[in-house]
Design a protein around this ligand. Structure first.
Ligand code: CA
Length: 240
């Protein structure tokens, strides 16, 4: 499957290096040298992945990331930055970046991250032959429409961010199983860094605030205390 990638990077050498390597693995690649050009290309749509430099001449990558996340179409975002402080990483992930790479990075490392994002997108979008029977998952009063990426509770639509949806989708596809926050980071965020469990926590809290009648006493997404402390979706239909 041919992937469309948008590189947002004001340093032409880096942009072209990344473009060359992504073209080699079969991607169709556009380059934007600033935020305005990036949004203009992005709005035409159709991108699977945006590689987004945090430092741009006209806007900052975090604002751009937030604007792209406001679009109804899901796109994977890999953020590039010269900074490597913990705070920047956390802010980037909270803004909705899917992964984070600190400059200077090696090409193999970049390609590994990009391929991991593509694999995760395949797993979540479920392009396999059983997608027809997977497209709507009902769970008590909870309805997850996989193709439309929409969620309803007792018939009322719930607005979820792309990441919150991915998290919920992962839970409903694995009913009753308990996952540690590290496992969720690996499976839903698609990478495995230590120290980002709070990112998972904040997403779970926001998801609960949106889908649970009483987030303090969740009926769908449960915290299971015990071995490693994990989170699971309640097995069996749950009705409010
Ligand atoms: Ca830059």
């Amino acid at each position: 499957m041919r992937r469309k990638v948008l590189i947002v990077e004001d340093e032409p050498d880096i942009a072209h290096l990344v473009q060359t390597h992504l073209t080699d693995i079969g991607c169709e690649v556009d380059i934007a040298g600033n935020g305005a050009a990036a949004m203009s290309l992005f709005k035409k749509g159709g991108y699977d992945l945006v590689i987004l430099d945090l430092k741009l001449p006209d806007t900052d990558g975090l604002t751009l990331c937030r604007n792209m996340r406001a679009s109804p179409d899901y796109v994977a975002i890999l953020m590039l930055t010269a900074k490597s402080t913990e705070l920047d990483r956390v802010v980037g992930l909270e803004m909705g970046a899917d992964d984070y790479l600190t400059k200077p990075f090696s090409v193999p490392e970049l390609l590994a991250r990009v391929k991991a994002l593509f694999r995760r997108m395949d797993a979540l979008s479920d392009n396999s032959s059983d997608s027809a029977k997977q497209e709507r998952i009902e769970w008590g009063g909870l309805l997850v429409d996989v193709d439309k990426r929409s969620v309803k509770i007792d018939g009322s639509p719930v607005e979820l961010t792309a990441r919150e949806f991915d998290l919920l989708l992962f839970f409903v596809r694995h009913p009753g199983r308990v996952f540690s926050r590290i496992q969720l980071l690996d499976k839903v965020w698609g990478y495995n860094h230590d120290g980002y469990e709070h990112t998972v926590n904040s997403h779970i809290n926001r998801l609960r605030a949106k889908i649970e009648a009483d987030p303090a006493a969740p009926r769908y997404v449960l915290t299971v205390w015990g071995v490693g402390c994990g989170v699971q979706i309640q097995r069996g239909a749950v009705k409010f």
